[in-house]
Design a protein around this ligand. Structure first.
Ligand code: 13P
Length: 258
């Protein structure tokens, strides 16, 4: 059975102290209103800044339902890349996931399809799971080219994987026009793209593999709209930015699965 996931991408927010406090607050909220699904069905993922990864792992160690993700990694395992963070470094904190190909990385750091394919490979090589982001800008959707673009993003950076490696990947569809804008994709728009992505996976890896793949939606998910989005057949949860920084709201999002 494919897992549902509520993931919080904190982006470049929270100091170490603020971050550990936020995790403590979210866990307190979840104790008061525990998730309806168990760890076999649903996971909660926090993606704090690198400096908070180790503390996040330690604070959540007793909770098998909570996993920790890095927001990025370098393509190489080590070397003269001042200021960068490698997958072995991330792994050494206890984090188990890495967000790869976020639209902010693609836009501000010129991350190419080829670079993202390398990041996916190095992440899998070390036994971590990529949360691979894809999604179109508004002008692409207006030209009705969004399906082609998402297909290209997924084919270029993921479809070199064999079926076993692909089974470790989580996909996040994040239309750029919905990120941080307060304009969420409608449940129908999200479902349409998620079904398209699942069909692509079925064509490449077969229907059982497609049915097992977790596909998250990201872009202005909040405590009010999460349940409607998560109710869609092919939407397996969310990758949440702004609302994941509010302990109460994120706990509500975690409890928005039916
Ligand atoms: P917002 O939820 O703030 O729109 O951000 C979405 C996102 O980019 C998650 O990765």
């Amino acid at each position: 059975m494919r897992k549902k996931i509520a993931a919080g991408n904190w982006k470049m927010n929270t100091t170490l102290q603020e971050g550990t406090q936020l995790i403590t607050d979210i866990l307190t909220n979840l104790e008061a209103d525990p998730p309806r699904q168990d760890a076999g069905e649903m996971l909660i993922i926090f993606a704090p800044p690198f400096i908070t990864l180790k503390d996040a792992v330690e604070l959540t160690r007793g909770n098998g339902q909570v996993k920790i993700a890095a927001q990025n990694c370098h393509t190489e395992e080590k070397g003269a890349f001042t200021g960068e963070i490698s997958v072995p470094m991330i792994k050494s904190t206890g984090a188990e996931y890495v967000i790869i190909g976020h639209s902010e990385r693609r836009a501000y750091f010129n991350e190419s399809y080829e670079m993202l394919a390398k990041k996916v490979d190095v992440t899998l090589k070390h036994g971590l799971s990529p949360i691979f982001c894809c999604g179109e800008k508004l002008e692409i959707r207006e030209k009705n080219e969004h399906f082609n673009l998402v297909k290209e993003q997924i084919e270029s950076s993921l479809f070199h994987l064999d079926a076993e490696a692909f089974s470790k990947v989580v996909i996040a569809y994040e239309p750029v026009w919905a990120i941080g804008t307060g304009v969420t994709a409608s449940p129908e728009q999200a479902q349409e793209m998620h079904a398209f992505i699942r069909k692509l996976i079925a064509e490449k890896y077969g229907m059982p593999a497609a049915e097992e793949t977790t596909i998250l939606y990201g872009g202005s998910v909040n405590a009010k709209n999460a349940s409607e989005l998560f109710a869609q057949k092919d939407v397996d949860g969310g990758l949440v930015g702004g609302a994941s920084l509010k302990a109460g709201d994120f706990a509500v999002i975690v409890n928005s699965f039916q």
